[in-house]
Structure formats: C-alpha cells, structure tokens
Design a protein. Structure first.
Length: 255
C-alpha cells in the first residue's frame, strides 16, 4: 500500500514539473519573439539616421534664407529711416550757425579782439620809423659798423643827401686820397663816435676805417652820377683799397 502511494506522489510531482517547465518555456519564447520583432535591422537604423540628419538641414535652408534676407533688408531700411529722421530733426538754423561759426573762427587770427586787447597790441607795436630829413633838405642814409665791415658796403645817394655812420664805438671813417671826386673835401671822423656828412658833389667816394683797414674794413658812396669812374678805374689801388675800388666800380657800372 505504501508503495502504491509513493508511486502516485512521484507521478504527481513529475506531472507538476513537466507543467512548470512547459509554462516557463512558453513565457520565454513569447518574450523573445516580441523582442526580436521590435529590434530594427542595421539598414533600417542607417536609414533613420540619414533622414533625421537631412531633415533639419532642409528645414534650416528653407527657413533661414528668406529670414536672413528679410532681416538684413529690414535692418538696412530701419537704419536708413532712423538716420533720415535724425537729420530731419536737426534744425536748419543750427546747421547754418555751426557752418558760419566754423568759417569765422577757423583760426585764432579771425577771433575778434576785445577793446582792451586791441589797445595792448597797439601799445606793443612800435611806430614805423620814417627817414629823418637832413638839414640840407635831402635824405639821411644809415651805414652801420657791424663787426669789421660797414653795412651796406656801397651806398647810392643823391646830392644834398646825408650819410650817417652809426654803431662806431671802436671805429672811424676817413676818405682815401685819390679815390674821391676832384675838388671834393676830405674828411676824417673821431674814433669811437657816430658821424654824419652831407654830400653835395657828384661822384664816387671811397673811405676806410683807419684802425681796421688792414682787415679790409671800408666802403664806398656814389653820389648822383659816377662822374669820376674813369679816374677810379685808373687808380693804382692794391690790397684792401683795391678790393673797395672794385666793389665801387661794379656798383657804378651797374647803374
């Protein structure tokens, strides 16, 4: 009897085991089929990737090109309108006043001076010196001693004009014998003093600075016409005297 029960239990357990195995196998089979059915093939994945990559590009091309053109055009038109509005907003009178002010005050020289400034400028500017008339009625010609020379070296004057030697602290002026018109009066000024002399006789007068004649300091005066030009040319002048004679002859011939 016990053996019969044991056999029955064994059969029942075996049946249960077979049932469990069959049930589990069915579940795994169904789940595997669903997964294999849902897994895409490699070709399908590549196609999907290509479509996803192309689609945004086409969308971008279709949307951005008109948008960029419209935005640029709109921005340009807007900027132009704002500039025109700004120009129209500035009054014409202001522009005219600025232009006129720029023309009037383009340099400091055109800025008007105040009355006080004008008076100061007039006070600072020395009055122009006019040649003082000589006592004889002629003009006065100034010759200045500059270093070891007279300036100007040759002076052209008219009869009754006066020559004034200035700046003579260490100089004098002396006519040279044989180098002045025949019959004209010789002269010799004091050393270190300014000197004036009026010439009434026409001709060439050559003179020297006695203490500095070795350095060639001297000059010439041509009064009116050089009537004694031939006598001066014939003079046997050498050294410093010869140099002064040549200067006087050149000036007389150029008249």
């Amino acid at each position: 009897m016990y053996q019969k029960k044991a056999v029955i239990v064994t059969v029942i357990l075996a049946a249960l085991a077979i049932f469990v195995v069959a049930a589990v196998s069915t579940v795994f089979k169904d789940d595997s089929e669903e997964r294999y059915q849902n897994v895409p093939s490699p070709q399908a994945e590549a196609t999907i990737d290509d479509k996803s990559a192309v689609a945004p590009a086409s969308v971008k091309d279709e949307t951005t090109e008109p948008l960029a053109q419209n935005e640029v055009g709109g921005l340009n038109e807007t900027a132009t309108e704002h500039m025109e509005d700004a120009n129209e907003a500035v009054p014409e009178t202001v522009v005219d006043e600025v232009a006129e002010t720029g023309k009037r005050f383009d340099s400091m020289e055109n800025v008007p001076a105040t009355p006080e400034q004008a008076e100061e400028v007039l006070a600072e500017e020395p009055a122009a010196e006019e040649p003082a008339p000589a006592a004889s009625g002629g003009e006065i010609h100034i010759v200045k001693a500059v270093g070891l020379k007279y300036d100007p070296l040759v002076v052209n004057i008219q009869p009754n004009d006066t020559v004034a030697w200035e700046n003579m602290p260490t100089h004098d002026t002396q006519s040279m014998e044989g180098l002045i018109p025949e019959g004209a009066e010789m002269w010799h000024s004091k050393l270190g003093e300014n000197y004036e002399r009026t010439f009434t006789q026409e001709g060439i007068y050559v003179y020297k600075c006695t203490p500095h004649f070795g350095a060639g300091m001297g000059g010439a005066i041509i009064v009116g016409k050089p009537v004694n030009l031939e006598a001066i040319q014939a003079a046997d002048a050498k050294g410093a005297a010869g140099r002064l004679v040549r200067k006087a002859i050149a000036a007389a011939e150029a008249m």
